[in-house]
Design a protein around this ligand. Sequence first.
Ligand code: IWH
Length: 668
Amino acid sequence: MDMSTENEIQRLTVLLEEYNYQYYVLDNPSVPDSEYDRIFQQLQTLEKSHPEYLNPNSPTQKVGGLALTKFEQVKHQLPMLSLDNVFSEQALSDFIQRVTDRFDEQTAFCIEPKLDGLAASLIYEKGLLVQAATRGDGKIGEKVTENVKTIANVPLKLRGDNIPALLEVRGEVFMPKAGFNKLNEGLINAGEKPFVNPRNAAAGSLRQLDSKVAASRPLAFYCYGVGVFEGQLANTQFERIQQLKGWGLPISAEIKRLIGKENCQDFFDDMQLKRANLSYEIDGVVYKVDDISLQERLGFVARAPRWATAYKFPAEEAVTVVENVEFQVGRTGAITPVAKLKPVFVGGVTVSNATLHNKDEIQRLGILIGDQVVVRRAGDVIPQVARVLFDKRDPDSTREIVFPMVCPVCQSSVERIEGEATIRCSGGLYCQAQCKQAIKHFASRKALDIDGLGNKIVELLVDHNMIKHPSDLFSLTIDQLSSLPRMGEVSAKKLINSLQISKQTTLARFLYSLGIREVGEATANNLANYYKSIEAVKNAGIEDLKAVADVGEIVAKHVYYFFRQEHNVEVLTKLIDAGIHWPEIKAAEQEKQPLIGQTLVITGSFSSMSRSDIKNALQALGAKVAGSVSKNTDTVVAGEAAGSKLIKAQELGINIMDEAALLTMLEK
Ligand code: IWH
């Protein structure tokens, strides 16, 4: 009986270790979580009834134990170095040149994202985790073994063959974004202070004296190198990392080995694009000479290796002053408070405005005009005020933000809706601000797609009283247009021409272009397919509208009331009178132009057709063919030797079509 219990504990342990490896390291679980949980409970039950067989490295032992009164200090046998930083393409290029100049051949680099966490050292003896320490000052750190043992993806025991007798693994302890958000939510609900960012949360959690608290924190670990070791390791950085992975240690999925400045810079650019979609925060990219013997030849300067550098993203947060708050009127009349900032360089651009969203947000921030604030600009997202520096507030130079009683643009009354934080201008298209936004929307890419009618020109046209409604666009003359500042006769003619072209559209685009609240591209499509004519949409009742795919009570009401407003119907009539038209929706018509509304990009070279023939063929099917890949691209048609456009498309998750697939589609 005892023998079989011991065997059973051993069997379950091995099984869970394998599941953990598949889940955390290979990112490819072989069983559902419920099955993992079932085995886990079985093992836990057996261990409880037979404590004599409980192994301290059992997969069940990740829950933390006794609380410490302080952390012991540990001296790192090999110092934990810092990295040199670079902040520009030129500086990266200089680094690569400097390294390459030392050797005859092109030097390969092992490249990885730089995680925004804390460096840690994990020591495995005979494959068992015996000590974990923080980096500290690089020479002396703190022993946080009990806490690190609770990190879900840190193996207590290594797996596989040829495990070194001694292995110091270096890596980053961090908190994934999702876990951070959940942790903060819990802290706020409990009336406690949330962490400012995932890095602080990771630091606070790793330095918990009570390892049970640390165990409750969603920490993770990725390794990026080796410190001391006894035994044989591969002689390149890239292969060593793969060895660590094979022994059950988690590594970032992004690590690559590359040669050449261009590839190195491309990796950085790609990482910057991917950044927002990664599940954890990164603050740059690390480049390491791949060959360990070359690393040794390069050696160190002061406390940083000459064979590695960190290329940092521009800071996403900066401190500045709120000089004023203005109120902007949007397309639907929503009045948004905008903080006018002392210009500050953040996220790679100079920022002088940040949205404050609404009253609730202002209250949440506790912000006053004159406050010093942290401004955040991440990726392409509009700048936000992250928080107020209350310690720096000077009551003499701050004042409250007062919401306007009337629209700041047209002086119409302001609507406040019970339970909504947003206030709205009631002026409709009488309000110049709403009018401008409506026309910009009307001309935008997914609406009538009027080439050459950018935001600046719309503003000028409205300011010069040349247009009031979208329908006025179609009676503009070349003389009128060329009288505008910075508009010559050539651009005026071009614009008149694109206005002419834009009249041929689709019902879906036309419906979208009207700017009905809550009617986006998808809803416009659904409405068009369901009703097939503008008259039918116009006459539809609320209940009937609700029968359209994805249309609920709110959308239905917005559509219904839009067509009950006299001036909307008037504009609509004028647009049709101006000559806006679309093919009648019949199944056969739609098949003729299956690519209408889609943007394609052609890249690479093709063997069966020239690029211009492909372009013509795609346009004949209704597609718009663009020159560069962006998030608006629907499909990239990639031939042989496609380069950066293809890579970008892959990063953005855009549909990719090769030559064979293209030909098949064209034949259809
Ligand atoms: C209940 N998970 O940590 C439960 N599928 O191989 C059990 C396990 C997990 C969740 C929920 C989220 C996560 C899954 C596996 C392995 C380890 C592990 C697995």
